[in-house]
Structure formats: structure tokens, C-alpha cells
Design a protein around this ligand. Structure first.
Ligand SMILES: C[S@@+](CC[C@H](N)C(=O)[O-])C[C@H]1O[C@@H](n2cnc3c(N)ncnc32)[C@H](O)[C@@H]1O
Length: 101
């Protein structure tokens, strides 16, 4: 699987955070999520949204899927064991579904 973010990964967070308020996005998502606790983040990237979501509600049980190992490596450094991370394409979601079993 080709990692299209390999060259960009180390700049990714700085670039995208200039244009978006990730805490505001997470706050809004948390309202939509309501009482649900088991979340699947498709295209979790470096975990920017998920990191903010866990500040709103640390009890979320989150599985993250992304097909860029370089972005997932950054997510892993930030999120540690708090989130289950998997390098996989969303087009292989049959396998992703088995992550919950
Ligand atoms: C705009 S970024 C969003 C990143 C993340 N949600 C965040 O909190 O910043 C889109 C993400 O989708 C991932 N992605 C794109 N196509 C994918 C695919 N087919 N399967 C899994 N992840 C994919 C990219 O690697 C990238 O991390």
C-alpha cells in the first residue's frame, strides 16, 4: 500500500491546525455522539480530532483506521494506548469490522 503522506507527515499537524479549530470540531462531534462510547474513526490520520475528543470525554473507546503508516506513527506517539490504531484502507472494511469482535 503506497503511503501518500510519507513526505508530508512531519509537517501535517502544523499545516492543518492553522486553518481549523479542532477543539471546536470535537466539541460539536461530542454533542452528536451523545451517550455512545464505542467509536470508529475512519481516516484518523495523526489523531487531531480524536485527541480533542478524548479531552471532552476520556471514556470513549476509539478504534482508528488509516492507510498512512507515517500519519499513524504520529498518532501513536500522541495517543499511546488510549486508541486502537490500525493501518488499513477503508475499502477493506470487512476486516475493520472484525476489529470489534
Ligand atoms: C483530511 S485527513 C483527516 C485526518 C484526521 N481525521 C484528523 O483528525 O485530522 C484524511 C485522512 O484519511 C486518510 N485516508 C485517505 N484515504 C484512505 C483510505 N482509503 N483508507 C484509510 N484512510 C484513508 C488519509 O491518510 C488521512 O489521514
Amino acid at each position: 500500500m503506497k503511503d501518500q503522506y510519507q513526505q508530508l507527515a512531519k509537517y501535517y499537524d502544523d499545516l492543518v491546525q492553522k486553518n481549523r479549530d479542532y477543539q471546536a470540531i470535537a466539541n460539536h462531534l461530542a454533542e452528536i455522539i451523545g451517550d455512545n462510547r464505542n467509536l470508529l474513526s475512519l481516516g484518523i490520520g495523526t489523531g487531531l480530532v480524536v485527541e480533542c475528543l478524548l479531552e471532552v470525554e476520556p471514556r470513549y473507546n476509539i478504534t482508528g483506521v488509516d492507510n498512512s503508516q507515517s500519519l499513524l506513527d504520529i498518532a501513536k506517539k500522541k495517543l499511546g494506548e488510549k486508541v486502537n490504531l490500525h493501518c488499513q484502507s477503508v475499502s477493506d472494511l470487512n476486516t475493520a469490522c472484525s476489529l470489534f469482535n
